[in-house]
Design a protein around this ligand. Structure first.
Ligand code: 5GP
Ligand code: MN
Length: 340
């Protein structure tokens, strides 16, 4: 990593036009890492634009700097122009160009120096400089370490809160990916001024009533358990989207409720969205949902948290998910243990 940091340091030593990007359906880690890096590059006198493929959930409206983001779905030409003009292009919190949809075309054509900073497994080789660490809890944790290594000595409250937001959201408020390294970085962020109470309240305790009613609906009416496979599933149909006025980000976190069940190792939520059927997967312990996402759902992610999609009907997607369980010997072997 040292070599990458040194080369990055050289690249940013002269003011440039820099585009920072993250993946579609941006989450707290995507948005937080973009805002934090932008904060630092602005300090150095660069001209910076943050570009995202699709809109962000309104739950992150409280973050400073959020109003200056460019969204490809809303302003495609402005985004393409920004990417074309850029001397440097940062890819944060994603490891393959298919995560940025149509923006990928402009990126491939651009002659900018491309830097990936990410914590997903198996980065694709599209960047010139790669800072990848799948052991990091979040891109924001890796970003904090990267910024310090680059020599950042002034972390503004905007940067600190952005970094903390990504850590808190990607770890489910310190429930997973916890390590001594994470705790040391977190302690340092708090010591520097990240506001834990404020952020946790904004991120987790600011839900509108309809979201809680949606969780109730999911758990009461849309839950299926496959005890022999230690697997549980929630699905949402088009009519649920209408009835509960489900907006971007509203389904975030619902899949995690399934992991509260005793004996459940794999959890899935399958959602009938306008153009695709989206699937989010979570697991406990050794079972890799990344493998499942890659083999059956055109996706990927991490061992214990992955996602993907299908261009199919919801009923075909549900059947595919159920059938896929048969393909995992580790689940089938636990099936025997369960039946004993
Ligand atoms: P989520 O289920 O919260 O949408 O995503 C969980 C993890 O899976 C994230 O790390 C995300 O990057 C990854 N992921 C989600 N959807 C996709 C997808 O369509 N393709 C790939 N490659 N990864 C995905
Ligand atoms: Mn992340």
């Amino acid at each position: 990593m040292n070599e990458e940091i040194q080369s990055l340091k050289r690249y940013i030593s002269i003011p440039k036009y820099i585009v920072i990007s993250s993946h579609r359906n941006p989450d707290g880690d995507a948005i937080g890492s973009c805002l934090a890096l932008a904060g630092y590059l602005n300090q150095l006198g660069h001209t910076v634009r943050i570009v995202l493929p699709s809109e962000l959930p309104s739950s992150f409206d409280f973050l400073e700097g959020i109003d200056d983001l460019l969204i490809f779905d809303l302003k495609p030409n402005e985004c393409i122009d920004a990417i074309k003009m850029a001397d440097m292009f940062f890819a944060l919190d994603y490891n393959s160009l298919d995560r940025i949809d149509k923006m990928a075309e402009a990126v491939m054509q651009s002659e900018s120096h491309k830097i990936m900073i990410d914590h997903h497994l198996d980065p694709e080789p599209f960047a010139d400089t790669v800072i990848s660490d799948p052991k990091a809890s979040s891109t924001c944790e890796l970003m904090f370490e990267t910024l310090k290594a680059l020599g950042c000595s002034k972390f503004s409250s905007t940067m600190l809160n952005a970094l903390y937001t990504g850590i808190v959201t990607d770890t489910g408020c310190f429930r997973h990916a916890v390590s001594p390294r994470l705790m040391v970085n977190t302690a340092e962020l708090i010591a520097l001024g990240a506001d834990h109470d404020f952020l946790v309240d904004k991120i987790f305790n600011s839900q509108p009533e309809k979201n809680l009613r949606l969780i109730g609906h999911c758990l009461h009416n849309r839950l299926e358990i496959f005890p022999e496979y230690h697997t549980a599933l929630i699905y949402l149909k088009k009519e649920d989207y209408e009835e509960y006025d489900i907006q971007r980000g509203d389904t975030e976190g619902i899949v995690n409720y399934l992991l509260m069940l005793k004996n459940i190792k794999v959890a899935a939520i399958i959602m009938e969205q306008p153009n695709i059927v989206k699937i989010s997967l979570r697991s406990k312990g050794d079972f890799s949902v990344q493998d499942m996402a890659r083999r059956f759902f055109n996706g990927g992610g991490h061992k214990n948290a992955s996602g993907g999609f299908l261009h199919s009907s919801i009923s075909v997607a549900l059947k595919k998910f159920k059938d896929s369980l048969e393909s995992f010997p580790s689940l089938i072997s636990t099936k025997e243990i369960y039946n004993q």
